[in-house]
Design a protein around this ligand. Structure first.
Ligand SMILES: [Zn+2]
Length: 313
């Protein structure tokens, strides 16, 4: 059984053709999520054809389309329930119908962090552990939880995946969800340029002239002693660790997997994050293990392929 998988991120859309937990081929393109999802659908459909051709797979061997999406999803109806400042048109689209008509495939759609959790559980850093929390730090902040081998979903699909919208600053910044002081509004990559510009030391920082302000550049400038970058780094690690402690207290995991674009190639920030989490988390039964994602930006692809094989995990 071959599955076509799309991980619809805020920055890039990743596509893969997969069979039995293996990637047969993959490609990606810029998401342009501000323009909505509808303009990207023809490109996704082309991706199925080009991936089948490259992998020398007959198009008819592909039996399902699995889509990871950065929002709340009603996995029973396949509807996207909300937009958080990206793909604003998605709640109005009938994606199951589009998939049936255009791809001639049934659609399995799920929150992207939940799919990443399933991927890591089956094939990555969560193997052998049935009590997991996943946190993805990137354009947005995604979370998901697995308790005693069962994915936490809740009546409306919200359980476990709204960690990016846990309040971490009581009088904090306005969030796209309507709340104030959410982790995503305080320490995701999408708000970093604004946070930097509002920082006290910004006028003296090289960040002022940088075309891209992301956490990789913040960590690099912090190592070089830039005061603005150092304060942004300290603040971000503080907020991420508060968020992870909240998730540990809520879902009782044995292992927390940290992934997302912020994790790319960073050693020292991760050990500081781990130190703060372990110092703050209340776990009288023992010690939570904090690990990095093993599958990186492919985690949700593996999770999507797994869901297409087992149905609702
Ligand atoms: Zn929020």
């Amino acid at each position: 059984m071959i599955t076509f998988v799309a991980d619809t991120g805020g920055t890039r859309i990743k596509l893969a053709l997969m069979r039995d937990g293996r990637i047969l081929g993959r490609e990606s393109f810029a998401a342009r999520s501000d323009d909505g999802l509808a303009p990207q659908l023809p490109r996704i459909a082309q991706g199925l054809d080009s991936l089948c051709a490259a992998a020398q797979v007959n198009r008819d061997e592909c039996t399902a389309f699995a889509m990871a999406f950065p929002s709340l999803i009603d996995s029973r109806t396949g509807r996207v329930l909300a937009a958080y400042g990206k793909y604003a048109d998605a709640p109005q689209l009938d994606l199951p119908q589009w998939s049936r008509k255009t791809l001639r495939l049934p659609l399995i759609i799920e929150n992207d962090a939940r799919m990443a959790l399933l991927g890591e559980w089956q094939a990555g850093a969560g193997r052998g552990c049935d009590d997991l929390v996943m946190v993805t730090l990137g354009t947005g902040i995604g979370t998901a939880a697995l308790i005693e081998g069962i994915v936490v979903r809740g009546r409306h699909g919200q359980a476990g995946v709204l960690g990016g919208h846990l309040t971490v600053q009581q009088d904090g910044r306005q969030c796209t969800c309507g709340n104030r002081g959410c982790a995503e509004a305080e320490a995701s990559t999408s708000v970093l340029p604004t946070l930097a510009a509002q920082s006290r030391d910004y006028s003296a920082s090289p960040m002022r002239h940088s075309p891209v302000v992301d956490y990789a550049s913040v960590f690099r400038l912090a190592r070089e002693g830039d005061a603005c970058a150092m304060s942004l780094k300290t603040r971000a690690i503080d907020i991420w660790s508060s968020l992870i402690v909240n998730l540990i207290h809520a879902y009782d995991p044995e292992r927390v997997i940290v992934g997302g674009g912020v994790m790319a190639g960073e050693e020292e920030f991760f050990s500081e994050l781990e130190r703060l989490v372990l110092a703050r988390a209340h776990t009288p039964w023992g010690r939570v293990t904090i690990v990095r994602s093993e599958l990186g930006d492919a985690a949700a692809l593996f999770g999507g392929e797994y869901l297409s094989r087992v149905g609702n995990a």
